[in-house]
Ligand binder design. Sequence first.
Ligand code: CO
Length: 440
Amino acid sequence: MEPTNIKHPASPESAAASHAVSRALARFLESSPTSFHAVENIRTALIKEGFTELCENRKWQVTSGGKYFVLRNGSSIAAFVVPEHPFRGMRIFASHSDSPAFKVKENPELESDGHYIRLNVERYGGMLCAPWFDRPLSVAGRVVTKDLETGTFRTKLVDIDRDLVLIPNLAIHMNREANNGYKYNPQKDMLPLYGDLTSKGTFLAEVADAAGVKESDILGHDLFLYNREKASIWGARREFISCGRLDDLQCAYASLQGFLTGKCREYLSVCCVLDNEEVGSGTKQGAASTFLLDTLTRIYGCLGLDREDYLIHLSDSLMVSADNAHAVHPNHADKADPSNRPYINGGIVIKFNAAQKYCTDGVSAAMFRDICQSAQVPVQTFANRSDMAGGSTLGNISNTRVALNTVDIGLPQLAMHSPYETAGVYDTGYLIRAAREFYR
Ligand code: CO
């Protein structure tokens, strides 16, 4: 990399500030092993800042100058601030709460050779399989019980929070092809070892114990494996941060920080973090659902604004669809587009795709570049190589429900969809600043 490409301020003060931001991000990542935990952590932060929780199954009261949020499924959240005075449109920031992982199936215990108990799991999202091997993993998610007195169902978050399972590799002596592009079979290769035979029949009891409920009361669960390795800030100048779930909790975290400090007078400020992006968003709480549309419809109804007002506002609104981006890989520089080459710590990445998998167009790119200029934040650009298909994200999917000017962006990272991804310590702060400017 040529020295002219290094855009981040290398002063000791900015390094210290960026490391403080990165440590706070690390705490958020480590305490968010699943989308349920991420949304609960965001919920807690919003309550601390004086936001009022609205429930979808009750009447809403939304007034000018108020701050609110609503959850759907406990894994998607939409927070919003209503300006004091009549406003002219919306500023919507969207990211996603989920990451690829292995989901624990029903009847998960599987005996092996009369000596081991494994857990039966299946893939959630498109992960890199190899880095899941040979490292301590645990189990987190939610359990659902029924309150016998009230007859209502209760959801409890659970995190077993200890080294519990591990997916052991097959020795090189027994798989000479391991280093030659081995194809992993998820039903055979990826099942984690849970215990010896004496652990038979104990898994759900372990989950119940961690959740603080009786095993016999658990009527349903959504449980996932997660990597136990803590976040690390590393490199010659401590310029990198590695942890699980940087895609997309780095964007979720940064947008929330910007949202909490921005004070927008002319626009309805909306910050949403949506589940199920990694499996196509087509769920009741995903970007393809009516969650955002329903939320906006109810806000406008409460404020006495009609559909005509809503549509006029929509035409004067901007959405930022934030999902992490691929930085140029140090060992595979040829995989990046020849003229759009984002680097770690080079700033926010604006993503372009002619087929509109990314919504960015000339107009939304101009609007977002202008915001970043005002915030004095560097921007980079991403496009897939013209001979390679890329990934997708939530912006264009959300636009089929709520259509508005949208820009797709992300923070540059390496090893996307590994359980231990790598990003830059400076970039989180850049997105916080841009998000604050967006909500100003
Ligand atoms: Co993502």
